[in-house]
Ligand binder design. Structure first.
Ligand SMILES: [Zn+2]
Ligand SMILES: [Zn+2]
Length: 1005
């Protein structure tokens, strides 16, 4: 210690340049340029010698810049009597120069061989102002050591007991987080004033010792009843966390008592305190009483409400602030934009954007990013993109926001393009951006791009992170490269449930269900506990009727894992059962759930519609509504589809009413399904009316209307709409051409059909699909060009075309052509040996020509092959109820009346010239049995029931899941005349409008 003190008390003989510096500092201290020149000099000196310490530099800067030098010299003070001061002070006045000298620190003095030392008994003549200035300098220079020397100086001069000096010492020590020293400084003050108390409180607040700060506050209250605003602000700052809210409220009360509540700073600190304690209500109450709204309170309050998910309150507050012309900061604008983004409030977002343009803040990169985020979340990608391109400065967030917007809205290619542009502009993507783009690659199966991103992720060094690693596995799986997925998986240092999920999902996506099961079992052996997401992945792998058993096995696992009541997983299980075509399992599971949400119901409704259980689907829909679950667009679409499939017009109207009530009528998916429903229920007037109500029909709406007219073979109307659509600037798609072709087929228009097919291929550049070819097959078949059909079928560039050959077989029956029929039949059974449709048609062809031996041979073949035919079902809606009939059904409660009516009708019909087509009946021995069998056809049962349960003249609407047979067609034609009824039958092929003995179709003439 003694050696150090000696060294410190010596005065350096400085190099010649130093004298030059002093000259400058004395003569030019008022000049602006002096500091710069001295700094320059010192920097070069320091680099030459490499030995001058920071404290020297500090001293020089102080002496050169400030007027304190003169006060330092002109007001000499007697040093303290203990005399220590002159020995240990690092600063001294050199008596021979009469000027300030610098004493190098001990360490530098040792190396400074050229320096010789002289004794100096400098007198410390210190003023409070000088100490203040020096302390400030120490803080600016981040030099604690220099600060400690000033402290020492203050002790030497006795000024440390001064409240002003002591407070600044506390402030300086607090700045360097030296709490003990700050505390010592505080206790050396003889009469601490409010400023001192505040300084020590702030020191504790700053270092996070809120309880001690509060203790100081309490001590202060005891010693000094008159507090000022600064004290309240500091005290409140100790309560910036919910645990101290009670304390905060107390301080609030004291501030009110002292009349400080409406003080600008205290008020806004109160708002801040309540906002940070998540007591937004109190924050708002204080805020509303404040005479002036400061930007900081505004931004805290808005941010608080946005974070709490109270976006609408935030928006309302923001509106008031704008009305009051409060000058808001960027943080407020960013918060309020976040609110707009969270709730997709496009209108508000646009208004705020306009305001920001006015304020010139639009191009601030953080504000710009927030605006882009609003547009992205409101699915306004064009507006997001426009602003993006206008932003003069873009950061990584800007690029990532736009790219994620494109990716989340399904524009994966665009997202990838943005990534390319970003690289082109030299912006280095971070790991988040890379993973985002990787997901876009997965969605569009862009394997090569995915590999490139993989390389970039490796460069980032995050390849083996759980997050990036699983995304890579996911990408390879989705891009059809499961082997790469496995390689990636094996490289991971730790395989978590997330990585397993990605691997299993990828395997399942590549239709390697059984492989996915093996992986699942391996994972279990490795004791990785499957989570929700993993179960969902493995369930996806089970979603095929052939994997039903494994699905049930996983179901047991889910139950064992204790996740059985998780609604998300339960829905995944129901989805699996629906896809495995096991509606029974799906229903059983749904009944065990404590509650069923919209997804559960939608799955049940959709599953039943898909598998032809329209009635059950409608029951589920009604049950859902009764249980208070609000239907959404998807469930409306499913319910309406159920109505279409059974021509339940009244039910359809009812659900339409509900859709209007809930505001879904103009939902693009619901609107087109409505048109389709009315068309399929045979009410084209309704379809037309609905279509005309649409402000801007889209291609699907046009398609639904055209296909409705195509179903009844109204070619001229289909063509008219086809042209009208094009004149409105909508390019026809394959559905529109399908409608045109279907209309030609139903109406028997060969030339027009061929012309449209050619037009589609040559003028619109569309590649015809199998459906288009089969429409052409229908058109040729319908007009009897069987040879052409056969040639066409041989050349159609698709695999097994069961539909096409069935169509030809039907035409052969119509045109009595057993030889072409037989060739078609031979082709048919090669493709599907167990489908009875081919056998039935061929047998019909033979039997209608009296070729009984051949017919019997086909019948034998069918029995041998176990040929199976989908059972026919017919539906009729009476009042608000839909009744269904199977073939030969006797289960209906009106069954006896129905059969009696049919018997009576049969006699009347035969008088009208009806001959039962017994040739169409197989499996029966006697002629009478065959006539009975024909009577039991489901559509006849439905029509008979309709006749006996409605008043004369009511139109009957019947739907059938298969094609109507020739016998029923003929009978219905005559019934319409006999009973003077309009009868509409919607079958699997077209819509028949029967009236006065004729049908609108040209099928069975
Ligand atoms: Zn029939
Ligand atoms: Zn018909």
């Amino acid at each position: 210690m003694a050696a150090t003190q000696n060294a410190l008390h010596s005065v350096t003989v400085v190099p010649p340049d130093y004298c030059e510096l002093k000259r400058l500092s004395c003569s030019q201290q008022e000049e602006v340029g002096a500091k710069g020149r001295i700094d320059n000099w010192w920097n070069s000196a320091a680099s030459d010698k490499g030995t001058y310490s920071t404290s020297n530099y500090l001293l020089l800067r102080i002496s050169s810049q400030s007027n304190q030098l003169s006060s330092y010299c002109s007001e000499p003070r007697t040093p303290r009597e203990n005399g220590k001061s002159t020995f240990t002070s690092p600063f001294a006045i050199c008596p021979s120069h009469g000027e300030l000298e610098s004493i190098p620190r001990a360490d530098s003095a040792d190396t400074h061989q050229s320096s010789s030392t002289v004794a100096c008994n400098a007198v410390s003549c210190i003023s409070t102002d000088l100490i203040f200035a020096r302390l400030q300098q120490c803080i600016d220079d981040r030099d604690l050591e220099a600060g400690r020397k000033v402290h020492w100086l203050a002790i030497q001069s006795g000024l440390d007991s001064n409240a002003f000096v002591g407070s600044h010492l506390i402030r300086m020590f607090a700045h360097f987080d030296r709490l003990t020293e700050a505390n010592q400084a505080f206790h050396r003050i003889v009469n601490p004033n409010l400023y001192s108390w505040n300084a020590i409180m702030l020191a504790y607040v700053k270092s996070g010792h809120h309880q001690i700060a509060l203790k100081v506050y309490q001590d202060l209250q005891n010693s000094c009843p008159e507090l000022d605003g600064h004290i309240f602000v500091s005290a409140l700052r100790t309560c910036f966390s919910p645990v101290n809210l009670g304390q905060g409220r107390q301080i609030h009360m004291q501030a009110i008592e002292n009349g400080f509540e409406f003080d600008d700073y205290v008020g806004s600190t109160l708002v801040e305190m309540y906002a940070k304690c998540s007591d937004l209500e109190s924050a708002l109450a204080v805020f509303n009483r404040l005479p002036r709204w400061r930007a900081i309170s505004c931004s805290l309050l808005i941010g608080g409400f946005v974070d709490a998910g109270e976006e609408y309150i935030a928006l309302e507050l923001f509106r008031k602030m704008v009305e009051k012309d409060v000058e808001l900061d960027e943080v407020s604008y960013i918060s309020i934009l976040e609110a707009c983004s969270n709730i997709a409030a496009l209108g508000h977002g646009r208004q705020i954007h306009a305001l920001l343009i006015e304020l010139g803040l639009e191009f601030d990169v953080r504000v710009g990013n927030a605006i882009i985020d609003v547009y992205v979340n409101c699915q306004r990608l064009l507006e997001a993109d426009t602003l993006f391109h206008r932003l003069p400065v873009k950061d990584i967030v800007t690029w990532t926001t736009l790219a994620s917007g494109y990716a989340y809205n399904g524009f994966n290619k665009e997202a990838m393009q943005i990534f390319d542009d970003m690289e082109h502009y030299g912006v280095t993507p971070n790991s988040i951006t890379l993973v985002l783009i990787l997901r876009a690659c997965s969605s569009v199966s862009a394997l090569e791009q995915g590999r490139r991103i993989h390389a970039r992720i490796v460069e980032c060094g995050t390849e083996l992170d759980d997050f990036a690693g699983s995304s890579l596995i996911d990408m390879y799986g989705k891009c059809g490269s499961p082997d790469d997925a496995i390689i990636m998986f094996e490289r991971l240092p730790k395989t978590t449930a997330i990585a397993w999920s990605a691997l299993i999902a990828g395997t399942a996506d590549n239709e390697e269900g059984s492989k996915a099961f093996l992986l699942f079992e391996q994972m279990q052996r490795e004791n990785v506990i499957p989570d929700r997401a993993l179960f969902v992945c493995i369930l996806k792998a089970c979603s095929d009727p052939t994997h039903l058993d494994y699905g049930r096995f996983i179901h047991c696992h889910v139950a064992e894992s204790g996740l059985g009541t998780d609604i998300f997983l339960a829905n995944a299980l129901i989805d699996m059962y629906v896809k495995c075509e096991s509606l029974e399992d799906a229903c059983t599971l749904s009944k065990t759930l404590p509650e069923q949400d919209l997804v559960t119901w939608s799955l049940l409704i959709g599953g039943h519609v898909q598998q032809g259980f329209a009635l059950e689907a409608l029951q589920f829909f009604d049950k859902m509504c009764n249980e208070g679950v609000e239907p959404d667009g998807t469930s409306f679409v499913c319910a309406l589809k159920a109505c279409s499939s059974i021509a339940a017009l009244q039910q359809g109207r009812r659900i339409h009413g509900q859709a209007i009530e809930k505001g879904y009528e103009l939902d693009p998916f619901v609107s087109s399904t409505l048109i389709d429903m009315y068309a399929k229920c045979g009410s084209l007037e309704d379809a037309q009316r609905d279509f005309e109500r649409l402000p801007k029909p889209n291609i699907v709406d046009w398609g639904a209307l055209m296909s409705g007219y195509a179903q009844i073979g109204n070619y001229s109307l289909v063509l008219q709409y086809f042209k009208a659509m094009q004149s409105r600037g909508i390019e026809p798609d394959e559905i529109s051409f399908l409608s045109l072709l279907a209309a030609c087929s139903r109406a028997g228009l060969l030339d027009a059909g061929c012309a449209h097919f050619k037009e589609m291929r040559d003028n619109h550049g569309s590649v015809p699909s199998l459906k288009h070819y089969n429409s052409l097959v229908d058109i040729f078949g319908h007009t009897g060009c069987l040879e052409e059909v056969e040639d066409l079928l041989e050349t159609i560039p698709f695999g097994n075309n069961l539909v096409g050959w069935t169509s030809l077989l039907t035409s052969c029956r119509r045109y009595f052509d057993p030889s072409t029929g037989r060739r078609s039949f031979d082709r048919f059974i090669v493709m599907d040996r167990t489908n009875a449709t081919g056998y039935v048609l061929m047998e019909n062809i033979y039997s209608q020509m009296g070729m009984w031996d051949d017919a019997n041979e086909i019948e034998e073949l069918r029995k041998y092959a176990n040929g199976w035919k989908k059972p026919g079902k017919a539906f009729i809606e009476i009042g608000n109820q839909v009744h269904n009939f199977a073939v030969g059904d006797k289960s209906h409660k009106e069954s006896s009346a129905i059969y009696a009516k049919l018997e009576g009708l049969n006699l009347q019909l035969q008088e009208e010239g009806y001959v039962p087509r017994v040739d169409l009946v197989m499996d029966s021995t006697s002629e009478d049995d065959k006539v009975d069998a024909l009577c039991g056809h489901c559509e006849k049962l439905a029509i008979a029931f309709g006749l006996i349960s409605t008043v004369p003249g009511t139109t009957l609407r019947v739907s059938k899941n298969l094609r109507m047979c020739a016998d029923c067609h003929n009978a219905t034609r005559l019934i319409s005349k006999l009973e003077r009824r309009e009868i509409i039958v919607v079958d699997a092929y077209c819509t028949h409008h029967f009236g006065n003995g004729i049908c609108s179709c040209t099928e069975h003439l």
